[in-house]
Design a protein around this ligand. Structure first.
Ligand code: FRU
Length: 527
């Protein structure tokens, strides 16, 4: 949370109550506006930030989001709402939660209360319960702590309407109060038979437990001496996950950090460990070389500049078993000034997180959900060959496109996938063998001057694995690129804003040859 955002919102206080009867926003045709993504979730209009309240219930994935319906910059927060049956095609629904006398509606989560522990259920049906932060802007403006506390709301009609609990806030900010006390993410822990909430508290995460989503007790704290601390900790997520190929269950604690991300500004890091119903403790094999005290090292979920505040879906059926993630595809460094006119920002593609053993310890791998294959149209197969210099791909248009390449660069070679347009603007993403790193270069990608922080340098990500051949799985969607390298061991998510959509794609080898072992591409469209 940035002070500028708060000051801005303070100046527009009082506006929020006029939105109550607003109809559902009308979807805008995707191709009509420059930079509007074709298949990423974006709000029909106005400002969006974090994904919130993601929960699966009766065949629908719910996606709520931080939303300000009166402007394209951050302001008094509501929860916007959309549902999807396949995580790809979204139906926009009316705003779910409006600010009220307790404050603005900041980030949080939602769960299916299967055993009706909250008592909000009706007619034998479990309620959906949303747990969110109330942010009291007036108290903040007057400098009167506390101004953040947790509240709940419930729905008995598949999330179509929500009732705020009369006993809010359910978790007041303790005394002495914390400035940052927000973004509750709740999970049912079968082991300790309680709801467990992970909460971001400035420079650490607090865990709280409750039998009924209403009466919360403090369990433990984690993180003051772990991971990166370049900024404020936000949007945590604590969840169990099986270590692939074993019967071992581990716990992952995800959290976002702003600023202090791997390439500057906002970023998301995580820890792998154990949770015993009270405390989260990182596993010794997670960061083997680092003593818990004073560890400044972080393990990042995504090295691109544009994947922030992401968390995972609650209540995905056991038969499916996936841990599904989505993030906000922007960065607080420039989110409010990106050059889109009627709306701001999109979400990342939905991803599956898996925990796999690597030489560095257990690591999360990010891969696009298989439902995205339903977007595939015309397929192009690239012939295996050795690339020296530039290989034009005249049959392919990069907007939008899915590309899968397997390459073997010589030791000094740099390999780039280069998108360009008739204005000579280029975006490059690829791999530099000598440094063993992936890179994303948007320095000449088009509109870049709206923020000095946007295209200051080339962004990089270390290669995580030691396998010889490099697998690149990419998605391009007008204003974004997502790279899932080596089966998801390294992810990079980046946005860009060309003055005209990119229309050409080339594979470029410099400093040495690159063997293209395999290549496939699919045109993508939302049908
Ligand atoms: C993260 C964040 C959250 C907060 C929300 C407010 O981007 O700052 O910590 O709840 O945005 O919109």
């Amino acid at each position: 949370m940035r002070l500028t955002r708060l000051i801005l919102a303070a100046s527009i206080l009082g506006l929020w109550s006029c939105n109550q009867n607003q109809p559902a926003p009308t979807p805008v045709p995707t191709s009509a506006e420059p930079h509007r993504p074709a298949f990423h979730f974006s709000p029909p209009e106005k400002w969006m930030n974090d994904p919130n309240g993601m929960v699966y219930y009766e065949g629908e994935y719910h996606l709520f989001y931080q939303y300000y319906p009166d402007s394209t910059v951050w302001g008094p927060m509501h929860w916007g709402h959309a549902v999807s049956k396949d995580l790809v095609r979204w139906e926009h629904l009316p705003i779910a939660l409006y600010p009220d006398s307790l404050g603005l509606i900041f980030s949080g989560s939602a769960v299916v209360d299967r055993n009706n522990t909250s008592g909000f259920g009706q007619n034998g049906q479990p309620p959906l319960v949303a747990i969110f932060t109330h942010h009291n802007m007036l108290a903040e403006k007057q400098g009167k702590l506390p101004w953040q506390y947790q509240s709940i709301a419930y729905s008995n009609n598949k999330g179509r309407t929500w009732t705020k609990y009369a006993g809010n806030p359910v978790m007041p900010n303790p005394h002495p109060a914390f400035r940052d006390f927000r973004d509750p993410k709740v999970v049912w822990d079968a082991g300790s038979k309680q709801w467990v909430m992970a909460l971001a508290v400035g420079d650490h995460i607090q865990l709280w437990g409750a039998p009924n989503l209403k009466n919360w007790s403090h369990l433990s704290n984690f993180g003051k001496t772990w991971g990166a601390h370049g900024g404020v900790w936000e949007c945590p997520d604590l969840f169990p996950i099986t270590l692939e190929g074993t019967q071992e269950q581990r716990w992952v604690l995800l959290k976002s950090l702003n600023p202090g991300g791997p390439n500057g500004g906002s970023g998301t890091q995580y820890f792998v460990g154990n949770f015993d119903g009270r405390q989260f403790v990182p596993d010794p094999d997670f960061l083997p070389s680092i003593a818990p005290e004073g560890s400044g090292r972080a393990v990042w979920l995504d090295y691109g500049r544009d994947n922030y505040a992401g968390v995972t879906w609650s209540d995905v059926p056991a038969a499916d078993g996936r841990r599904l993630f989505i993030g906000w595809m922007s960065n607080w460094d420039y989110a409010q000034v990106v050059p889109t006119e009627t709306w701001r920002s999109a979400m990342t593609l939905p991803r599956v997180l898996t925990l796999r053993k690597t030489p560095a310890g257990p690591r999360l791998f990010s891969e696009p959900v298989k439902e995205l294959e339903t977007l595939r149209g015309k397929k192009t197969t690239l012939a295996a060959q050795t690339i020296e210099g530039a290989l034009e791909l005249p049959d392919l248009s990069p907007q939008p496109l899915e590309l899968m390449l397997e390459i073997e660069p010589t030791p000094g070679a740099t390999f780039a996938i280069e998108l360009s347009n008739s204005k000579g603007e280029t975006y490059r993403i690829g791999y530099e063998a000598a440094k063993r790193q992936f890179f994303s270069d948007r320095t000449r990608s088009g509109k870049t001057t709206f923020s000095e922080a946007f295209a200051r340098n080339v962004h990089t990500a270390p290669r995580m694995t030691d396998q010889g051949q490099i697998k690149l799985h990419l998605f391009f969607d007008r204003a974004s690129a997502e790279l899932f390298a080596d089966n998801g061991a390294t992810a990079m998510t980046e946005v860009f804003f060309p003055n005209e959509d990119y229309s050409k794609i080339r594979l470029v080898a410099s400093g040495g040859q690159v063997k293209l072992v395999k290549g496939e591409a699919f045109e993508l469209s939302l049908r």
